[in-house]
Design a protein around this ligand. Structure first.
Ligand code: NDP
Length: 244
């Protein structure tokens, strides 16, 4: 229970990777604020976490004013905000020539500006307390690029630049900022992959299988905990050996 007494905020914690992260942090003793646009989904997830004191919040991370209010509410309701996990994300895949302006904007606004909004809001309190952990969920495609995902890959590459810059800025205040880059993980986001595509993908992964949300969550728990006290500005790839 290494996170006993700590408060974590997990954006996109209502399902998929974010829900597994929320569960893992709760198992480690943290009280968790679960955030999604859908209020019922966030509350349902918070209710099913192990332990007491978790809460669901409805917020769109791309809206700075909403995020400022969210962070204030979490600090008031739960008493602090020690661990911020920027996991909310979405895709609007298409080949470059077919990408619409709105496909670009919604992906960048959610995946990249969303993380900027939450870090800016949460770091005020963390700086005062001289302690905090920020963990940003990027993607291997932010490192390698991917056909049909120019918007998504750009947002995830941007998130890596944001992670490294903020890590340098906030280190002297005791705030550690890292990123986790998952490979292909089985969630709603990748549900449309056909059986054939899954088989082809699996053959390109050294460990021979797609990942599960539970493959990512313990890595986030580690980065939030005492064992990671000397790690900042890093990108940890968790992809079963897809990119080596
Ligand atoms: P899911 O689609 O399963 O879940 C996305 C979550 O984000 C939901 O809880 C959703 O809740 C929330 N969300 C989406 N937009 C917003 C928003 N604007 N504001 C607040 N919450 C939002 O995704 P995954 O679990 O697959 O992915 C989680 C993260 O991991 C994403 O950042 C994704 O890019 C990244 N990732 C995923 C990979 C994969 O293969 N699945 C691989 C690499 C990275 P609601 O709808 O209620 O808003």
């Amino acid at each position: 229970m290494e996170l006993n007494g700590q408060v974590a905020l997990v954006t996109g914690g209502s399902r998929g990777i974010g829900l597994a992260i929320a569960r893992e942090l709760a198992t480690a003793g943290a009280r968790v604020a679960v955030v999604g646009r859908n209020a019922a989904g966030a509350q349902r997830a918070a209710d099913e976490l192990p332990g007491d004191g978790h809460r669901g919040y409805s917020a769109d991370v791309s809206n700075a004013e909403v995020v400022n209010g969210l962070v204030r509410a979490v600090e008031e309701d739960l008493g602090s905000l020690d661990i911020l996990v920027n996991n909310a994300g979405l895709t609007r895949d298409n080949l470059l020539m077919r990408l619409k302006d709105e496909d670009w904007d919604v992906v960048l606004d959610t995946n990249l500006k969303g993380a900027f909004n939450t870090i800016r809001a949460a770091s005020r309190g963390m700086m005062k307390r001289r302690a905090g952990r920020v963990i940003n969920i990027t993607s291997v495609v932010g490192i390698t690029g991917n056909k049909g995902q120019a918007n998504y890959a750009a947002s995830k590459a941007g998130l890596i630049g944001l992670t490294k810059s903020v890590a340098r800025e906030l280190a002297s205040r005791g705030i550690l900022v890292n990123a986790v880059a998952p490979g292909y993980i089985q969630t709603d986001m990748t549900a449309e992959l056909t059986g054939e595509a899954r088989t082809t993908l699996s053959s390109q992964i050294a460990l021979g299988r797609l990942g599960k949300p539970e493959d990512i969550a313990p890595v986030v728990r580690f980065l939030a905990g005492p064992g990671a006290a000397y790690i900042t500005g890093q990108v940890l790839v968790v992809d079963g050996g897809m990119v080596i």
